[in-house]
Design a protein around this ligand. Structure first.
Ligand code: SF4
Length: 242
C-alpha cells in the first residue's frame, strides 16, 4: 500500500525528534514504517557499508527494503568486488540499477566518453535518470550522506521531503562524522572498499575519482579540476531528470 505524502511540517518535527536517536534506531523505524515501500541506495562507500551492517542487525526485517546500487558501468573493480563480499557476509541482495544505455552505446552516441567533457550530463544519464526511474515505485529512500561532506549536504534532515525525486528521504548518518563512521567500521569489522586504504576517502566512478593528498578535503578527489562536488543525487539544485 502506498502511503500518502506526509506534510513538510510533520517531517520537520519528526526529523528534529530523530536527531536524538541512533542511526540503528532511525533505520529500524524506517523499515517498520515503510517496509517494502522503502528503498536503500548504496555506492558501497564507508557510510553505505555501515548502514548495510546496521540493516543486517535488524534480522528478517532487513529483507524488506529494496537495496540497490547505481551501476554506471564506470565503477572500480574493487567496488564491484565489495558488493559480492557484502552480499555474502549479510545474506542481502544489492540490486544493480543500470542506465538505459550501456557505456558502449552511450560513448558511441557521443563519439566517446563524456565524463571529462560534460560530467553533469554523464551523471544525469548514468545516475539521476535511473534513480528517478527506480524511486518512483517507493515511498521513501535511505541515503548514506553526512552533513559535513559538502555544503549541499549540510542542510540535510534526518528525514525530509525529497522534492527532486518525490518521496521521503531518510539519512540516518546525517549527524555523524567521518570519525564516527570509521570507529563503527573498526568496532564491528565491517567490510569496506580497499581503495580507502590507498588514499581514496571518497569513491565514485573511476574516471572521476583520484586519491587525495595530505591535508586535502575528503572529497577533493571527486571530479578534480571541475566545479563539481556532487553527482546531483543529493544536491538541492534542480537537475533535468528525464
Ligand atoms: Fe559519469 Fe563521472 Fe558521473 Fe560516473 S561520476 S556518471 S563517470 S561523470
Amino acid at each position: 500500500m502506498t502511503l500518502p505524502p506526509p506534510s513538510r511540517e510533520a517531517l520537520t518535527a519528526l526529523s528534529n525528534c530523530l536527531e536524538e536517536h541512533s542511526p540503528q534506531e532511525i533505520l529500524a523505524w524506517a523499515v517498520k514504517i515503510y517496509g517494502e515501500r522503502l528503498a536503500m541506495a548504496t555506492a558501497f562507500g564507508a557510510e553505505g557499508c555501515v548502514l548495510l551492517d546496521m540493516l543486517a542487525q535488524l534480522g528478517p526485517l532487513a529483507k524488506l527494503p529494496f537495496i540497490f546500487n547505481l551501476e554506471t558501468g564506470y565503477q572500480f573493480p574493487e567496488t564491484l568486488a565489495l558488493r559480492e563480499r557484502i552480499q555474502e557476509r549479510y545474506g542481502l541482495t544489492v540490486h544493480f540499477v543500470r542506465p538505459k544505455e550501456t557505456v558502449e552505446q552511450m560513448e558511441a552516441r557521443f563519439g566517446g566518453p563524456i565524463y571529462h567533457t560534460n560530467p553533469d550530463e554523464c551523471c544525469r544519464l548514468r545516475k539521476i535518470v535511473p534513480l528517478r526511474k527506480v524511486l518512483k515505485d517507493f515511498d521513501a529512500w535511505v541515503s548514506a550522506i553526512r552533513r559535513d561532506q559538502t555544503p549541499d549536504r549540510a542542510q540535510a534532515g534526518i528525514v525530509e521531503w525529497d522534492s527532486k525525486f518525490g518521496l521521503v528521504k531518510i539519512s540516518p548518518l546525517a549527524n555523524w562524522t567521518r570519525e564516527d563512521v570509521w570507529a563503527y567500521i573498526r568496532t564491528h569489522n565491517v567490510p569496506y572498499n580497499p581503495l580507502h586504504d590507498r588514499g581514496y576517502p571518497s569513491i565514485g566512478c573511476w574516471p572521476c575519482t583520484r586519491p587525495v593528498r595530505e591535508g586535502e578535503d575528503e572529497r577533493a578527489g571527486r571530479w578534480a579540476g571541475f566545479q563539481k562536488t556532487e553527482c546531483g543525487l543529493h544536491s538541492r539544485r534542480t537537475v533535468r531528470s528525464s
